[in-house]
Every structure is written in C-alpha cells, then in structure tokens.
Write a protein that binds this ligand. Structure first.
Ligand SMILES: *[C@@H]1O[C@H](CO)[C@@H](O)[C@H](O)[C@H]1NC(C)=O
Length: 149
C-alpha cells in the first residue's frame, strides 16, 4: 500500500482520538435478495472535497484501512476489484460511491465497510454495513415463469 499514516508520532493523544473516531462510525443494515443485485450505500460530499480515493472491504473498517479489501479506487480510477460482481453503478463523480453486488448470494451476507479518504488526519469518512440476505420469494418465481432462459 502507498498509504502511510503518521499516527505513531502522536503519542499520548492517540487513544483519545481513536475513541472519537469509533464513536463517529455508523452502521447500517441492508437487506438483499438472493439472485438479485444489492446496493450498499456510501456517499460523501464531493462538491466540497472533490474526487477522492475510497475502498470497500468485506468486514468492518479498521482504523486506517479497509478490512479484507474487495474494491479500491484511487482518485477516480478503480485500482482493485476482487470480483466483477462488485460494481460502482452510482454517480461516483458526485460522491456516490455505493457498492453494488451483482447476483447476490447467501454467502455475501455479513459486514462491509466503506472508507473515503477525506484529506487530513483522522477524518476519513467510514460506513459499516451489515448485509442480510433473504430468499427473494414470489418476485423471482414469477420472473422465472414469465421469462424462461
Ligand atoms: C446513490 O446511488 C444509489 C444507486 O446506485 C441510489 O440508490 C442512492 O439513492 C444514491 N444515493 C444518493 C445519496 O444519491
């Protein structure tokens, strides 16, 4: 990774700051349906900050990175994508860096974290999402019978 955080120089003030950071991280719950696409929301103020680097991880965000990275974008270019099922279908240039998982499956359930690298120390924008996967039920059955492969 290119990023190095000059945190160790902070000394005694670090634990205090870390407490503040943890309090400011929010967690959302999203429900997806097996076989359908599901979008995990993450947005930031691109008008104020411009196009920034961000990453998505499978697992909650840690203090300085995305856990178990599944996608990362470096100032507008996607530099890593674990699977083509992970897509950015929203208006990234307007700060909507929501992650869409195509053809979501039961195994996609779990925690995801979005981190947007807002310039400056200790102010990255972080969102944790808990994805719940459910059977699609009648909706999908109807589609299967009306649109055979
Ligand atoms: C971001 O894009 C998704 C669609 O991919 C949309 O559902 C969502 O409302 C958008 N969020 C904002 C804040 O515009």
């Amino acid at each position: 990774m290119v990023l190095q955080y000059p945190t160790l120089m902070f000394g005694a003030s670090v634990p205090f700051l870390l407490i503040l950071i943890q309090v400011s991280t929010c967690t959302l719950e999203v429900t997806g349906y097996i076989g359908q696409d599901v979008t995990l929301p993450c947005t930031y103020d691109a008008q104020a900050n411009g196009i920034l680097s961000f990453c998505w991880g499978h697992g909650k965000v840690t203090q300085f990175k995305c856990n178990n990275m599944i996608l990362s974008s470096y100032y507008g270019d996607v530099t890593f994508r674990e699977s083509s099922r992970y897509q950015l279908l929203s208006q990234v240039t307007q700060g909507n860096v929501s992650l869409t998982i195509l053809n979501a499956q039961r195994g996609d359930a779990g925690n995801y974290g979005c981190r947007v690298e807002i310039p400056g120390w200790f102010n990255d924008h972080k969102i944790n999402i808990h994805l719940i996967m459910e059977e699609a039920g009648r909706k999908v059955l109807t589609r299967r019978t009306t649109a055979p492969q």
